[in-house]
Write a protein that binds this ligand. Structure first.
Ligand code: NAX
Length: 328
């Protein structure tokens, strides 16, 4: 029998946590042969709610669930973690400026970065979901000097999956026939979903759609603003789809991407495509043997260049803000 891996999840009693934990425990992240120990972190006021979630996990009698840990101490929740999904964060309150939000989250992600550094497995794979995801990840990474930077990633897979479904609806194709979708930049309204390198049934997606008006006035803003559209319709932010994307991200990172395709992941830039080194930016990535690589050699036309530069400029601003605040 395979020995269990330890999967830490923060914000475990929240909306996304509730959609995520049961799928991890049933094998939806690492497959049907990999037992898992769930190590759940919450803040003190949510520990009762977390207890209820764990009662339900117990009641599922999942064959793959080899243990559970509940804690409000990151040093405990991250102990020997092989995977860490950082979902819990501070939401934007009324009257809060973006810099207030970065500061409030800085308090969380500096502490969690240090706790990962001191207690997690040296091979831990970290995914930050909690917003502002890219910059929270940058903060955690910079507070974990002993963990290699490439083990820190942030989630743009939900945006990637949203772009796939919009393109499938436009072309009448199945999502299974869409390959090489890319989200560039920040997980925010400036993100750039790129159809110029994407393929539908093996043919270039932008050429096949051949409708710049749809691309600029419909596709790109729909993907960028999908989170707000879900809130307007559902009265609550995306949760099941966000959890599903987090599983996709971790599964593909751990188990590899198929030949002829890639995924979108926010990773520390090595300077590829003119994105300044160190910024946590979304790129097209392939994965193999538990490591990601940025897809190289794509031609970037003027339209895409402008869009990538705009979203990367926002990331650089966020980085400057958290630097000024002394968080990195
Ligand atoms: P909820 O408010 O339902 O849950 C968040 C949970 O985190 C709460 O239970 C809270 O007690 C806990 N928490 C807060 N601070 C914590 C800390 N320091 N340590 C441990 N737990 C802590 O939010 P939910 O809908 O689950 O969303 C979670 C985060 O995901 C939000 O920041 C949200 O903006 C972000 N999202 C990111 C997405 C992405 O694509 N990257 C998409 C979905 C989602 O909007």
């Amino acid at each position: 029998p395979t020995s269990p891996v330890r999967v830490a999840v923060t914000g475990a009693a929240g909306q996304i946590g509730y959609q995520l934990l049961f799928r991890i425990a049933s094998g939806g992240m690492l497959g049907p042969d990999q037992p898992v120990i769930l190590q759940m972190l919450e803040i003190p006021p949510a520990m009762d709610a977390l207890k209820g979630v764990v009662m339900e996990l117990d009641d599922c009698a999942f064959p793959l669930l080899a243990g559970t840990v509940q804690s409000d101490d990151p040093n405990v929740a991250f102990k020997d973690a092989d995977y860490a999904l950082l979902v819990g964060s501070r939401p934007r309150g009324p009257g809060m400026e973006r810099s207030d939000l970065l500061e409030a989250n800085g308090a969380i992600f500096t502490v969690q970065g240090k706790a990962l550094n001191d207690h997690a497995s040296p091979d831990v794979k970290v995914l930050v979901v909690g917003n502002p995801a890219n910059t929270n990840c940058l903060i955690a990474m910079n507070n974990a000097p002993d963990i290699p930077d490439e083990q820190f990633t942030a989630m743009t897979r939900l945006d990637h999956n949203r772009a796939m479904s919009q393109l499938a609806a436009k072309t009448g194709a199945s999502v299974n026939d869409i390959k090489k979708m890319t989200i560039w930049g920040n997980h925010s309204a400036t993100q750039y979903p790129d159809l110029f390198h994407c393929e539908v049934d093996g043919k270039n997606a932008a050429a096949q759609v051949d409708d710049q008006t749809w691309l600029e006035d419909d596709f790109i803003p729909t993907v960028q603003k999908r989170g707000a559209a879900i809130i307007a319709a559902r009265g609550a932010s995306s949760a099941a789809s966000a959890a599903s994307a987090a599983l996709d991200h971790m599964r593909d990172w751990a188990l590899g991407t198929p030949d002829g395709d890639w995924v979108s992941m926010a990773v520390p830039s090595d300077g590829s495509y003119g994105v300044p080194e160190g910024l946590l930016s979304s790129f097209p990535c392939t994965t193999a043997d538990g490591k990601w690589s940025i897809v190289q050699g794509l031609d970037i036309d003027d339209f895409s260049r402008g869009r990538i530069d705009a979203t990367v400029a926002e990331l650089a601003e966020e980085r400057d803000t958290v630097k000024d605040l002394g968080l990195i």
